[in-house]
Unconditional design. Structure first.
Length: 395
């Protein structure tokens, strides 16, 4: 018999890749009887299936060859103009030529990581932060260093020491209704962060998938709008939470050199984001009132957030704490010392309810007593029933 040589091993990045705890939690909750607070899914009943279907029908009947052909790497020109116009309306000096449409904002973050950061570089992140961002940085060989946080977001007074110690090239954050905590970075801290970036010369990656889902409190300007940050901030956005996650449409708005480099990188990966999905989104935004739709989203999420907080108040053990967000989709819970939510999760699934343990969201040492709950996908009656199923775990 001829001797065979095994194929080469996986690359370092391939071997080091870890599954997402969120994806694993979702797999555990596939049974329909499970009430899952785990995924960051928008409410399915809020997806305008009739309007989206009509938008696809329109582009496929009026311009099928354009919608089904190869398209521009930078993105559908009409869609970019529409996104830019909405950003300008909100106070950002945006331009279509500084926009790149991506296959979800996750791709935008991956492109930026490759364009702005080298293996071995350091990026500062909120502690805790968006789990998929940590995975993205880790796969690229980028070191994520945590910045302490409190109820008002990152502690900007810690930045000078961290900058001196680690010489970061970028700060990544979700400043508005953060994932996983639901917190919002205060206006004075946004300004302070912008000043630090200008003084110390690092990039700001401002991830904003939830900013249009504010249901309480005053609107805050994006960091990208601030004069000190305008030339060094890349703003990421998404249609997943406000239109449809299945369309996989995100975008980045960046200084010209960064946007150009990201477009070249994207060209080598997938050439362009789905042309028909972009055309349908552009048609939807032209034919339907997105602001009215967002008003319905905000009203529903306000009701569901209140229902979750009310239910939690009745079951959390003494000494617990939970965030009280002004928008977005998430509530962050910290149980008393001694609890380990990763160990509680299998028991929760046995009770037909699920959540995401909090420890994996930390760049440094994780806090085992934390967990993330999403209120977006369930009505108040189901939320109350799900929290009641959690109650025995806290006894």
């Amino acid at each position: 018999m001829q001797h065979t040589v095994p194929p080469p091993a996986l690359s370092f990045r391939g071997a080091a890749a870890e599954s997402s705890v969120i994806r694993e939690a979702l797999a555990l909750t596939a049974r329909p009887e499970v009430i899952s607070f785990a995924g960051g899914l928008p409410a399915s009943e809020l997806i305008d299936t009739d309007g989206i279907r009509a938008s696809y029908d329109h582009v496929l009947s009026r311009g099928p060859h354009r919608a089904l052909q190869y398209s521009f790497t930078e993105g559908d020109p009409v869609l970019r103009e529409t996104i830019a116009a909405r950003l300008v309306r909100d106070g950002l000096a945006a331009h279509p030529d500084r926009l790149l449409v991506t296959t979800g904002s996750q791709q935008a973050l991956a492109l930026l990581t490759g364009v702005l950061l080298e293996p071995g570089d350091t990026v500062l992140v909120e502690d805790p932060t968006y789990l998929a961002a940590l995975q993205c940085f880790g796969r690229a060989g980028v070191r994520a260093v945590p910045v302490p946080t409190d109820a008002d977001g990152v502690d900007v007074t810690a930045l000078p020491g961290l900058v001196a110690a680690h010489r970061p090239k970028a700060v990544y954050l979700v400043p508005t209704f953060q994932n996983p905590t639901g917190r919002t970075l205060s206006a004075d801290r946004r300004a302070a962060l912008a000043r630090h970036a200008a003084r110390h010369g690092f990039w700001i990656i401002e991830d904003d998938p939830y900013g249009e889902l504010r249901f309480r409190g005053e609107h805050l300007p994006r960091i990208a709008q601030l004069p000190d940050a305008a030339d060094r901030t890349v703003l990421l956005g998404s249609f997943s939470k406000i239109l449809s996650p299945g369309m996989r449409l995100g975008w980045l708005h960046a200084p010209a050199e960064v946007r150009r480099a990201c477009a070249v990188a994207k060209q080598s990966l997938d050439l362009h984001t789905s042309a028909v999905d972009q055309a349908a989104a552009a048609r939807y935004l032209a034919a339907y009132d997105l602001d009215a739709h967002l008003g319905r989203c905000r009203a529903m999420y306000a009701e569901r957030c209140a229902a979750l907080l009310d239910a939690l108040d009745g079951v959390l053990p003494q000494g617990s704490w939970c965030s009280r967000p002004d928008g977005g989709m998430f509530v962050w819970v910290r149980l008393p010392d001694g609890y380990d939510t990763a160990r509680l999760l299998p028991r929760a699934v046995e009770h037909d309810v699920a959540f995401v343990p909090g420890a994996p969201f930390f760049a440094g040492e994780g806090d085992p007593a934390t967990l993330r709950l999403s209120f977006a996908a369930h009505d108040p009656v189901v939320i109350a029933k799900g929290v009641a199923r959690l109650a025995p775990l806290f006894g």
